[in-house]
Design a protein around this ligand. Sequence first.
Ligand SMILES: Cc1cc2nc3c(=O)[nH]c(=O)nc-3n(C[C@H](O)[C@H](O)[C@H](O)COP(=O)(O)OP(=O)(O)OC[C@H]3O[C@@H](n4cnc5c(N)ncnc54)[C@H](O)[C@@H]3O)c2cc1C
Length: 405
Amino acid sequence: MTVTSDILIVGSGIIGMASALELQSRHPDARITVLEKEDGPARHQSGHNSGVIHAGVYYAPGSLKAQFCREGVPATQAFCDEHKIPYQRIGKLIVATTEPEVGRMEKLGARARQNGIEIQDVDQTTLRLMEPHINGLAALYSPSTGITDYQRMTQVMADLFVARGGTLLYNERVVAATETPQQVSVRTTTARYEADRVVTCGGLHSDRVITAFGHKPGYRVVPFRGEFFRLINQPEDLVSHLIYPVPDPERPFLGVHLTRKIKGGFTVGPNAVLAFKREGYRLTDISPRDLAETLGYTGFWRMLAMNAASAASELSASASKQIYLKRVRKYCSRIRLKDLAPYPAGVRAQAVSPSGKIIDDFLFVQSERCLHVGNAPSPAATSCLPIAKHIADQLEAGQAPTLAA
Ligand SMILES: Cc1cc2nc3c(=O)[nH]c(=O)nc-3n(C[C@H](O)[C@H](O)[C@H](O)COP(=O)(O)OP(=O)(O)OC[C@H]3O[C@@H](n4cnc5c(N)ncnc54)[C@H](O)[C@@H]3O)c2cc1C
């Protein structure tokens, strides 16, 4: 069986579905098909994250992350308003607990201002008034940071796409593709698809999807499990903002934070440890293929060498709940070991270059007829609507650098 479409999208995570909706609104008469290997949308990163609408404090000025995150906040809120998806603009405090952290926090504040983000300096007395259960020397307050449910947002996008005439096919794993000057031919485990243009948003498999299209991605996805705990035995008003530590410059992730969930309660986390399976949510999930690919990749060992201290520290926090607890007790000393209950982990797709560099910014790679999302780590959920606009613009303009075959 061969199905013909004008536009084909691979992956029904939040980036794939936001792109499908954007392309559908620009080309209402086009036949648009989304192929997803799972039995529903948002089964991976888009359904296993912290649920934070990031304001854009952290990102390098001038980066795509800084731009799309800033644009993504009002876009996400408007989408949630329009489709009655709950969100709260609850604000976030980035809390410094030591003098060196105060220095780093001030630099972070300057960066946020450079990014055009509203940020306020909070002294120790004000911090106590804002959050009586949080201990710190000073803090940065980001009033526009919020929370939502990205799984629900992706599901709503999928429903809208189908209601507007799009075709969304589950249990369709893309295994190979051929691009000619006339069209793109995509093979899944069950059928063949032909399309004029293709967008791939493969998340934890983005490099493999690009390879299936006959290109060299130039990086490899290294999966990092983010382990969370659910906070129990603590009052609902323990804190009224999201509480984050000042990020450690040695670590590429934001640090263990205290996050209010849109459905109620709090999570503590996530950390970042190597996953033995790209979509393996339990410690015991191991894929010999995934593990062999990671361990056989020179870029992984180079990255490890450059981040050895941080990797060891993350591993120890993963192995010992007591060590994990210390990270949150730094700023909230009333949390005890017995307050940390199990909560499902997430797995981050982190693109790593052959030289071992963690690719920080969003990355897109384009051939004549295809646009591939290579790297879309946090804050890609916050940024999904501007990313989708960018994808549609690039696909129409065909301006991105052409991939090496
Ligand atoms: C622990 C954690 C916390 C995070 N917290 C936040 C946060 O608070 N705020 C924020 O903005 N971002 C956050 N993020 C990042 C955010 O969740 C991701 O950046 C975003 O969800 C990426 O979306 P995606 O569509 O690119 O990938 P995914 O959601 O992973 O979707 C990719 C899809 O492609 C499908 N696919 C893959 N290969 C194939 C194939 N061969 N054929 C067909 N289908 C295929 C997969 O099954 C999947 O459905 C977090 C991520 C993690 C893991």
